[in-house]
Design a protein around this ligand. Sequence first.
Ligand SMILES: [Zn+2]
Ligand SMILES: [Zn+2]
Length: 275
Amino acid sequence: MKTSASFSYIIEKGFAIFTISTIRYVAFAGLAYLLLYVVFKNKWLHKRIQQKFPGKENIFYEIKYSMLNMVIFGITGMFTVWASHHSWTQIYSKIADYGTAYFIFSIVAMIFIHDTYFYWTHRFMHLKKVFPLVHKVHHHSLNPTPWAAFSFHPIEGFIEAGILPLIVFLFPVHPLAILIFLLFMTALNVMGHLGFEMYPKGFTKHAVLGINNTSTHHNMHHSLTNCNYGLYFNFWDKWMGTNHKRYHETFEKLASQNASLKPETVMKETVVLSE
Ligand SMILES: [Zn+2]
Ligand SMILES: [Zn+2]
């Protein structure tokens, strides 16, 4: 492959990755926003984690920074494509090369590795000297909406996007497995920023379901800051003692609220998150 041809090919791929990332973000965040903040806003008011709805300017801020990160995902994607063309990555093209069982295993492995990567990079970004430079943009949303899913400072954007180059150097992955992983990542990231708790009561204490994080978990991270750092699972927060002491209690109160209560009563009953 000629250098000029490979350069235009990589730019083309970078643009395709930017486009796919944007469609994924707008589809998931847009659908969640449409359902919870427009169509069923009053019907599910009792599921609201923080009583107030954030202002339009906060939503614009979240979309502006999220879109900036779609560009960063495109740039990181270009690097991955370039490295893959030099056969430096372990991306493979035929599922049959490693089999279906390995294909499924690789998706699960990506999810668990990402969960660990996220927890520790997140802890790093909460260090006093790092926070104002890197992570403050994400915490601008004290009461996040689904649009906050990728609202990061560009430095954080590169840290977040860094999981993929890391994975493709670590073990063999098929592009379809990467796509499924990215769909899962986007869906769960939007779920964490819903602003509504949709899971049923008892969820966090359930032997199997309880390993998963909830929207309440990440919402408390936004409103209270130094707690609940995890992404998909609750393992690391549990092991490191970083779950907020009132996490389970807050979740239960929110999940137990009754849909039959009148809106005014709901507003009074809704848990206000504070220390
Ligand atoms: Zn944080
Ligand atoms: Zn967040």
